[in-house]
Write a protein that binds this ligand. Structure first.
Ligand SMILES: Nc1nc2c(ncn2[C@@H]2O[C@H](COP(=O)(O)OP(=O)(O)O)[C@@H](O)[C@H]2O)c(=O)[nH]1
Ligand SMILES: [Mg+2]
Length: 462
């Protein structure tokens, strides 16, 4: 049961206009509290059967004013999202109608739900563990097929199950060393000792690969950042529009048109990709342009992939590219404007950009030649980041990664201790630290601060 059973209420659908707008009331006595508004009998007749969705009028009892025609349902304690007794009211999806209904509920004594409070109650009621609660937020914010799949896997318990598996193995090890403490006369024979060392190594390997997978997890969760850079007039804004498949950026034959930067999201192979069009990089004295260029380099350096555009119809593009500084990020050189008669296309698969050897590709933003191949190369860049992903288990949550890294540190101490044949007390102590880190992932062990961190990132109504 929840320690806090106050009646809470909140709109659980997104703001704006829609067919339906839903309000959730949760806490002990929700049904009794809502009955006067919904015309339900306080005794249990069929109209107030649990899970029975029924059309009714939402009426303010004192004034008799009908606020909306609604569908409403109640769920008994233990059989709802929060685990509390719960009533859900489906109004028409308008801002004013929802606020009016909500105000009537608040006037009658319900209090506004805090951000994430419904899901927090579900956790405190033991209905879901912490990784699943976090997966709810991930699911809601998923913006690509891949981030959606990862959130769904977590919601279905993938992370919990893996952590639970590692926990069981660790518990077994801890039990062996604790028995040693209690019965020191029953010594572990050398064969068993070396097999224990192996067991620790196996757990370490699993946790290490989960920690490593977070690199891919970031791309899955936040998307892959591509910066378009190169000298003015190379065709960056044209490529931006070609990748977006719409006219978003201003294209102009006057060099230096794009002084600021523009970002848009596309989905490529199920991944969210953020494309940023930057200011052209060249020598200039114009203050705004200089600032724009500096920023462009910062963006390019920090991106996952820099696409360096070159106008290969210009005479001295080879000299220019040799003189330019390559961004720190993985860089592909796109030789643009190959449709032009003067275009001098290099046959090289690689090109040297300011001393850095980069993959090269000939394209035309005008005829779209090479654009599909460029998309394939971007996807290959994404996939190269996913290499360290083992058997499909990817950590997408930073908190989980940190706790796993903590567990790993304790396991290293266990391995060291075993190598040095330290006392079983010390080994058992470090194994307990491993367990604590794992338990903090699933929420078997938690503090108020931890819950605050997890649920404060939720929105109201979740
Ligand atoms: N012929 C041809 N012209 C292009 C191509 N890509 C861009 N341009 C032209 O080059 C000029 C500069 O393009 P823009 O995208 O504004 O370059 P940016 O300064 O790098 O953003 C514009 O006049 C474009 O129409 C291309 O593939 N072929
Ligand atoms: Mg531009």
């Amino acid at each position: 049961m929840n320690s806090d059973n106050e009646l809470i209420a909140s709109i659980i659908t997104p703001p704006g206009e829609g067919g339906i707008g839903a309000i959730r009331v949760a806490g002990v006595g929700s049904r009794e509290f809502c009955s006067p508004f919904l015309g339900w009998n306080s005794d249990e007749t069929d109209t107030t059967s649990p899970f029975y969705l029924k059309l009714t009028k939402f009426t303010v009892p004192e004034s008799g004013e009908v606020l909306d025609e609604v569908m409403a349902v109640w769920m008994p304690s233990g059989k709802s999202y929060t685990g509390d007794e719960q009533v859900e009211i489906y109004c028409h999806g308008g801002r004013v109608v929802l606020l009016n209904v909500l105000r009537a509920l608040y006037d009658a004594g319900a209090r506004p739900a805090e951000p994430g409070e419904f899901t927090k109650r579900a956790f405190l009621a033991g209905r879901i563990d912490l990784t699943k609660a976090e997966a709810v937020a991930e699911m809601i914010s998923a913006n690509s097929q891949r981030s959606y799949s990862a959130a769904r896997d977590n919601l279905l318990g993938q992370t919990s199950q893996e952590v639970e598996r590692l926990r069981t193995l660790t518990v077994k090890l801890a039990a062996t060393f604790e028995a040693q403490v209690d019965f020191p006369e029953e010594e572990i024979d050398p064969d068993e000792y070396s097999s224990l060392i192996k067991d620790v190594a196996l757990i370490r390997e699993s946790i290490q690969s989960l920690v490593n997978s977070y690199r891919a997890g970031i791309v899955i969760r936040d998307g892959f950042k591509v910066a378009l850079c190169g000298r003015p007039n190379a065709g960056k804004s044209s490529l931006f529009n070609a990748l977006l498949k719409k006219n978003r950026a201003i294209i102009s034959p006057t060099p230096g048109t794009t002084r600021d930067y523009l970002s848009e999201w596309i989905e490529l192979g199920g991944f969210a990709v953020e494309i940023t069009d930057t200011a052209g990089l060249r020598d200039t004295t114009n203050e705004i342009e200089v600032a724009g260029q500096q920023f462009a380099y910062e963006l390019a350096d920090a991106s996952d992939l820099a696409l360096w555009l070159v106008d290969c119809s210009s005479e001295n593009w080879r000299d220019e590219i040799a003189a330019d500084r390559a961004p720190a990020a993985l860089t592909i050189v796109a030789l643009n404007k190959i449709d032009l008669p003067g275009a001098c296309v290099s046959d090289d698969a690689e090109i040297t950009l300011g001393g850095k050897s980069c993959e090269a590709l000939a394209i035309s933003c005008k005829t779209e030649q090479g654009i599909e191949e460029l998309e394939r190369r971007i996807l290959a860049g994404i996939e190269s980041r996913l290499e360290d992903q083992t058997d499909g288990k990817v950590i997408t949550n930073e908190r989980h990664k940190e706790k796993l890294a903590e567990a790993l540190e304790s396991l290293v101490a266990v391995s060291d201790g075993l190598d040095r044949h330290v006392s079983p007390e010390l080994i058992a102590f470090d194994l307990k630290a491993v367990l604590r880190s794992l338990d903090e992932i699933t929420g078997k062990v938690y503090t108020d601060d931890l819950l605050e961190v997890v649920f404060s990132s939720f929105c109201i109504g979740k």
